[in-house]
Design a protein around this ligand. Structure first.
Ligand code: GUN
Ligand code: ZN
Length: 459
């Protein structure tokens, strides 16, 4: 099953392709050559054939927001919402990556978690420490996964964040060095690379107007090299003391988005270059104004939608219909460890649950094809890589998962025994819904990137 072509989220249902006895042919250089009925497969003598029996093949999942330094902090008890949790759990946890041995171990565990969850591509919020980022990129390269990442930039913060802070000059120097070292380091060309870099200010409260100005200058220099921007926006709206109100009080801006849009001076006056654009991914966006959503759509900036994390941190619910209507690309993010699940199918299930729970007219039952879309093709779109992966269109790089329901008996029982409609299309939708809601990591038998099967033990 996959979402073919290049639909909008509202057309994902008509783009859903389901081939019950299907075949996927992959060229020697890892591209999709054929996706269709097995009976019509134009096989050549000498082709290797792998029979996956009753397994499902899905495109690899794309996680557009996940924190590598928080690998061991899923389910961390912070005794409060975002800012308490950062202060009590996350800043201390992330400070441990200063130790190179710890950094090596956590980079490997993070990467194994990605393979286990079938997350073939990810926008990874990085560590403050360059050595830890080196470990992350190196192990990702050994594993054969795709990554966009950058060191988390912090130039101000509470006492608990002290080990993560740098001077203004180092913030720029370290970020520039990381881009020079790792951007397209594997192939030398961002259009073919699996390793790509991003400029990652943690969030507005972690930086100064000077940092924002410097990062704007840096981005103006490296934007054309295919570098990304990644940060958080409009996550916690606790009145007075929450993230959004503090941004507005401290920076005296009209909107939070303005701080990333070059308008970070009092009254939202222009102070530098914008960080927005088609390779910018903003996590959460739960509490955006219409003007913020319109500006994101206008600039091609995408949203990493993280419902699992929003439940865990009490951040509220991104209004699905209003955000879709604004025309912004919405992809899924686990936000581990704010989110407590690595598996994007689980995040899609949480999206379904929170959006059906929206009040009154806003309540919506996401179509299962929309769930698959936001976890695969929309993720590729948010990463400006839709022409490369995200579905099984001929010519794309072959990132796919083999899901074997018998490896997770609750899933197998749902698929075999659940009620199915007489209408074949409805029955197909029900099966996809059960597959996404019911799968867990053990059901993911094999993970392929560019036609190569990944081996978690080889890293
Ligand atoms: N805002 C700033 N830092 C973080 C983080 O680590 N996680 C989440 N969910 N939000 C943030
Ligand atoms: Zn986050």
């Amino acid at each position: 099953m996959h979402i073919a072509g290049s639909p909008s989220v509202t057309d994902a249902d008509t783009a859903l392709v389901d081939i019950p006895d299907g075949a996927l042919a992959v060229t020697a250089d890892g591209r999709i050559d054929y996706c269709g009925p097995y009976g019509e497969l134009p096989a050549q003598p000498g082709d290797t054939v792998v029979d996956h029996g009753e397994a499902f093949l899905l495109p690899g999942f794309v996680d557009t927001h996940v924190h590598f330094p928080q690998t061991y902090e899923l389910n961390a008890y912070g005794g409060g919402q975002l800012l308490e949790w950062l202060n009590n759990c996350i800043f201390p946890a992330e400070s441990r990556l200063a130790d190179p041995a710890f950094a090596r171990t956590i980079a490997r565990d993070f990467t194994r978690a990605r393979i286990a969850a079938g997350t073939t591509a990810a926008m990874v919020f990085g560590s403050a420490f360059p050595d830890a980022q080196d470990e992350l990129f190196a192990v990702t390269q050994r594993a054969g996964l795709r990554i966009v990442s950058g060191r988390g930039i912090q130039t101000q913060g509470p006492e608990s964040a002290a080990p993560l802070l740098t001077s203004e000059a180092d913030a720029i120097a370290l970020t520039t060095a990381e881009i020079d070292r790792w951007h397209a380091a594997d192939t030398g060309d961002p259009d073919t690379a699996r390793l790509l870099t991003a400029i990652v200010p943690r969030f507005t409260l972690s930086v100064t107007t000077e940092t924002l100005a410097n990062l704007g200058d840096l981005y103006a220099e490296v934007r054309d090299r295919g570098v990304y921007v990644h940060t958080h926006l409009n996550e916690n709206n606790r009145p007075g003391t929450g993230e959004i109100d503090l941004v507005k009080q401290l920076f005296e801006v009209e909107s939070y988005l303005d701080t990333y849009d070059g308008k970070f001076l009092p009254g939202s006056a222009v102070g530098g270059e914008s960080l927005l654009g088609r390779r910018t991914v903003l996590a959460h966006c739960v509490h955006c104004t219409d003007a913020e959503l319109a500006r994101m759509a206008q600039t091609g900036t995408s949203i990493a939608h993280c419902p699992t994390s929003q439940l865990f941190l009490g951040s509220g619910t991104m209004p699905w219909k209003r955000t879709v209507d604004a025309g912004v690309t919405i992809a899924l993010g686990s936000d581990c460890g704010g989110g407590d699940e690595w598996l994007i199918a689980k995040v899609a299930g949480d999206a379904y649950k929170v959006h059906i729970s929206e009040p009154g007219e806003a309540s919506v039952a996401m179509h299962p094809a929309q769930m698959l879309f936001t976890g695969t093709l929309a993720g590729a779109r948010a990463l400006d890589a839709e022409s490369r992966f995200g579905n099984f269109d001929v010519g794309k790089e072959a990132d796919f998962l083999v899901i074997e329901p018998h490896r997770w008996p609750p899933l197998e029982r749902m698929l075999h025994n659940g009620v199915r409609d007489d209408d074949p299309e409805r029955a197909r939708d029900q099966t996809l819904f059960a597959l996404l809601m019911g799968m867990r990591e053990p059901a993911i038998a094999r993970v392929y990137v560019q036609g190569i099967e990944l081996d978690p033990d080889a890293i």
